[in-house]
Ligand binder design. Structure first.
Ligand SMILES: NC(=O)c1ccc[n+]([C@@H]2O[C@H](COP(=O)([O-])OP(=O)(O)OC[C@H]3O[C@@H](n4cnc5c(N)ncnc54)[C@H](O)[C@@H]3O)[C@@H](O)[C@H]2O)c1
Length: 255
């Protein structure tokens, strides 16, 4: 896949799945704008060379997003691809979730995708083919216990994806990517909350049919394909990359 002369904006592009996207899009020739609150994005942009630029931006805050997209417009004029990837995980059932936690998860996981799309789409209008990728989760389809706000935010991203697809066709597509468990700093931080992180990691491995968790590079490869012109007939869909999580019927071991 060749993304030469394309401008790609990646939220949460400093590390994890977003970091792999930043690396792979630069390798494929794109100009990459890394939007993140983590200064590690600056180090990554420096490592990736002149085709990568770091913008420190809390993507859940409208004024910061607006200003950042004005800066991107000044530097690159137009945008070809937006990857709404920034996200956070918080645990709790509804009765245990505070209003602040609920709002935080909704703002970072959902409102950010709305805001970045709002300011990116006007910069895509002259493009023959542009694309908004929303990184949701397999939890948009099946759910763990204790992640009510996260699951709700990820499920709502599928609605946002469809709305962008129908409102901005034919030249702008939108696709949601729904990963199973992926080995990233988010996963490592999440399992550290358990008294036995190794056991939780092993549970994650065992849940997936290939008996491993996914890698951020695998998810990034899918995102590059879906954002490429090779995927120009795919829009409005949610694509799972989840090692078959949740498709197996447990119980009898009869052949
Ligand atoms: N890791 C998994 O198992 C998994 C599974 C399914 C979906 N996802 C989703 O994939 C996406 C990436 O997850 P990851 O595992 O790479 O996470 P990560 O925590 O490793 O990386 C997320 C990045 O987003 C940035 N970020 C967080 N809040 C931000 C904000 N307000 N503004 C700007 N940047 C912000 C972080 O600084 C970080 O660099 C998330 O949306 C996550 O929900 C992850």
């Amino acid at each position: 896949m060749n993304f030469k002369n394309k401008t790609v904006v990646i939220t949460g592009g400093a590390k994890g799945i977003g970091g792999s996207c930043s690396e792979k899009f630069v390798s494929a020739g794109a100009n990459v704008c890394i939007l993140d609150i983590d200064e590690k994005g600056k180090d990554l942009a420096e490592k990736l060379g002149t085709n990568a630029v770091f913008y420190k931006c809390d993507v859940s805050a409208e004024q910061e997003v607006k200003q950042t997209f004005e800066n991107i417009k000044e530097q690159f004029s137009e945008i070809d691809i937006l990857v709404n990837n920034a996200g956070i995980q918080r645990y709790g059932k509804i009765t245990e979730t505070t209003e602040e936690e609920w709002d935080l998860v909704m703002n970072v996981n959902l409102k950010s995708a709305f805001l970045c799309s709002k300011y990116a789409i006007p910069l895509m209008q002259n493009k023959k083919q542009a694309c908004v990728i929303n990184v949701a989760s397999v939890q948009a389809f099946i759910s763990q216990q204790n992640v009510a706000a996260y699951t709700t935010s990820k499920t709502a991203l599928l609605g946002l994806t469809r709305s962008i697809a129908v409102d901005y066709a034919p030249n702008i597509r939108s696709v949601a990517v729904c990963p199973g468990t992926v080995d990233t700093p988010m996963l490592r931080a999440a399992i550290q909350l358990s008294p036995d992180p190794d056991e939780v990691y092993q549970e994650c491995v065992d849940m997936h049919l290939p008996k491993r968790v996914g890698t951020s590079d695998e998810v990034a490869e899918l995102i590059l394909f879906l954002a490429s012109d090779n995927a120009s007939f795919i829009t409005g869909q949610a694509i799972r990359i989840d090692g078959g999580l949740g498709i197996s019927i447990s119980g009898s071991k009869r052949d």
